[in-house]
Design a protein around this ligand. Structure first.
Ligand code: PBE
Length: 308
């Protein structure tokens, strides 16, 4: 069954013909479904109620998105609605099922690019920055107190395709523990490079902080399992973004593999950078920005229209 193009079928029953006309604005009353793609007829902003689908309030991509609504005239009157990365993914999937317009606060690497046909909106003002790296940060003193773990965390390094393959499995219902261990098994050469030069330990404790974003869930589980296989007693602690940074800075957690730089976590890096040890990139080629389904007939943030 093809669903109506209105945001929710339920809403379609609730609106009166007058409201429908009003929703068409000044444009010629359009009696067909107003399919996304017939540009000129469609006002995406109106269809989305001038809302951008965000994730957790503490995320860097949400902060950048809010900045974008201030920097771009085309986004005047728009709002970034925060929720969770899981809710964002659900909303994206539902919109695509119904071929409705949606803008999400997106990032790469992410399985959504493997599952759906999506594009980043061009960002001529550069609010979202360029390519990013995901860095590993550890607490001060770890090198001296736990050199084997320090070395493994320092040597941890992989590619977007690696992490995306795990994220895709997880999005298809595989438990992250299983997806991580299968990846480790298939990539023993890579993993051997991370543990190179280290000796196994006997139950040394190590605590990694992370945020429950799909990227960090995948990476942290992989690193955790690699450390476990080397004899560590591993604890993975999910936290809010700012708390993750402060936990490593304050030494409550030993480290994290989830620092997005230079842009996404610039605020956190400014606040905590001096109190953490930056072990450099564990992944290159990360990116954040507004992501939309490819069927949407716009390419740039500037193609959107301000709220009237
Ligand atoms: N993310 C994924 C995070 C970093 C990891 C892009 C959602 C953020 O926006 O802070």
């Amino acid at each position: 069954m093809k669903k109506a193009q209105w945001k929710h079928l339920g809403l379609a029953f609730a609106v009166t013909p007058m409201m429908l006309l009003a929703a068409c604005g000044d444009e010629e009353a359009n009696t067909d479904e107003g399919t996304a793609g017939d540009s000129g007829e469609v006002n995406y902003g109106e269809e989305m109620s001038y809302k951008i689908t965000g994730i957790e309030p503490g995320a860097g991509v949400v902060a950048a998105s809010e900045q974008a609504t201030e920097d771009y005239d085309s986004l005047e009157g728009w709002q970034v609605v925060t929720s969770s990365s899981g809710a964002m993914a659900t909303a994206l999937g539902e919109a695509i099922d119904n071929e409705e317009p949606i803008i999400v606060t997106g990032w790469s690497p992410h399985w959504k690019f493997q599952k759906y046909d999506l594009k980043y909106l061009e960002d001529p003002n550069g609010v979202f920055g360029d390519a990013e790296t995901i860095n590993t940060m550890v607490r001060q003193g770890l090198e001296e107190e736990n050199p084997e773990a320090y070395t493994i965390l320092d040597q941890f390094n992989w590619e977007p395709a690696d992490i995306e393959s795990i994220m895709l499995e997880v999005s298809n219902g595989t438990a992250v523990e299983d997806a991580a261990s299968a990846w480790i098994e298939e990539n023993s050469d890579k993993v051997a490079e991370w543990t190179e030069g280290t000796e196994t330990v006997d139950g040394t404790e190590i605590e990694l902080a992370y945020v429950e974003w799909d990227t960090e869930v995948a990476s942290t589980n992989v690193v955790g399992q690699v450390l476990e296989a080397q004899g560590f007693d591993v604890k993975l602690t999910p936290l809010d973004n700012a708390v993750m940074w402060s936990a490593v800075a304050g030494g409550e957690a030993d480290g994290m593999v989830a620092a997005w730089l230079p842009g996404t976590h610039a605020t956190q890096f400014e606040e905590y950078g001096e109190d953490v040890v930056d072990l450099g990139a564990n992944l290159e080629g990360a990116k954040i920005g507004f992501v939309v389904p490819s069927y949407m007939d716009i390419d740039s943030i500037e193609d959107l229209s301000p709220k009237e």
